[in-house]
Design a protein around this ligand. Structure first.
Ligand code: PBG
Length: 335
């Protein structure tokens, strides 16, 4: 008789037939940084901290020691440095470039990724420059924004970023950033494009962490409608054509079909972002005792990898890397 259960019989057999193996090298750790000497726990994301640059460098070192190869930086910018055009976003002495330099000096082997978008710097809280018509309607300007994004990417490259990750969903920005980087001699700096970034309710806790929520309106004219899948494939083809090195789908857990289809559509590496709302759901249900945190988190990350993501941005990166290490030791001991 054919018995599929034979392949599930022992931990050793299960480990051999496992189709998806999660490893710390799959993770990218998103890190929050602010202009302060203290570290502040983030209310909207229990267990996540907004670090001073010095603490961030230390914590990134711990992540690297656990086998996590990359971090991505998200700054909280002081209110008085925000402006309609977000000029602070390309200040070479700004918070992000200084943090990149400190990271690269302390951990040359760490891959430093930066978020390229205006929302932390823009006094309107949008990812692009806002124009308001006399009736008060908002337009997010595309081409004017792309020019600033190029400046921002260049300032990150000058500071030593390995990968810039435009997260704004403006049209044409991958090609423009590639051209700007190449023209300035940064031919080796990669672009990880947020290819299919949905206008999701699950970014709420993140915006709380950075005070970066739009002051007015929503992001529906640039981020994608959660109802759409074919549009993600269109963005995939465009980003490939424009010269992206890696593509991202965001959020992750509710968009596994998108990850799978993007994976089939491109030969480029695919990343997925388990966003703040996904983190918070798992975290709060575990804190209430309703979920087994370790099992639920590992399952959620395994599912994202199974769907086709080879890189996962997750706030659980450090904890999950520790759990994976414990599990490996356990399997070895039992067999
Ligand atoms: C903004 C940006 C956002 C996130 C990453 N970059 C929020 C947004 O688009 O409003 C969300 C990440 C998360 O929720 O964990 N460029």
């Amino acid at each position: 008789m054919i018995r599929p259960r034979r392949n599930r019989r022992t931990p050793a057999i299960r480990s051999m037939v496992s189709e998806t193996v999660l490893a710390p090298a799959d993770f990218i750790l998103p890190m929050f940084v602010h202009e302060d000497t203290g570290d502040v726990p983030i209310d909207s994301m229990p267990g996540v901290t907004r670090w001073s640059p010095a603490s961030l460098v230390r914590e990134a070192g711990e992540a690297l020691a656990l086998g996590i190869p990359a971090v991505v930086l998200f700054p909280k910018i002081a209110e008085n440095l925000k402006s309609p055009q977000g000029e602070e976003s390309f200040n070479d002495d700004g918070l992000v470039p200084r943090t990149i330099r400190a990271l690269k000096a302390a951990h040359p082997g760490l891959c430093v990724i930066t978020d390229v978008a205006l929302d932390p710097y823009n006094s309107d809280g949008h990812d692009g420059i806002v124009r308001r018509d006399p009736r008060g309607n908002l337009t997010i300007l595309n081409d004017e924004t792309v020019e600033i994004l190029c400046q921002q990417a260049l300032s990150h490259a000058r500071a030593g970023a390995d990968i810039v990750a435009p997260s704004d969903m403006m049209d044409g920005r991958v090609a423009a950033i590639r051209e700007a980087l190449d023209a300035a001699g940064f031919t080796d700096v990669s672009i990880l494009s947020y290819t299919a970034k949905y206008a999701s309710a699950f970014y709420g806790p993140f915006r709380g962490a950075l005070d970066s929520a739009p002051k007015e309106g929503d992001k529906m004219t640039y981020q994608m409608d959660p109802a759409n899948l074919r549009e993600a494939l269109r963005e995939t083809l465009l980003d490939e054509d424009e010269g992206a090195d890696m593509l991202m789908v965001k959020p992750a857990g509710f968009y596994l079909d998108v990850i799978a289809r993007v994976r089939e559509t491109t030969t480029l590496p695919v990343a997925a972002y388990q966003v703040s709302g996904e983190y918070l759901m798992l975290k709060s249900a575990s804190a209430a005792g309703w979920l087994d945190e370790k099992a639920a988190v590992i399952e959620s990350l395994t599912a994202i990898k199974r769907a086709g993501a080879s890189m996962i941005l997750t706030y659980f990166a450090v904890q999950a890397a520790r759990w994976l290490r414990e599990n490996t030791l356990k399997v070895v001991k039992k067999s």
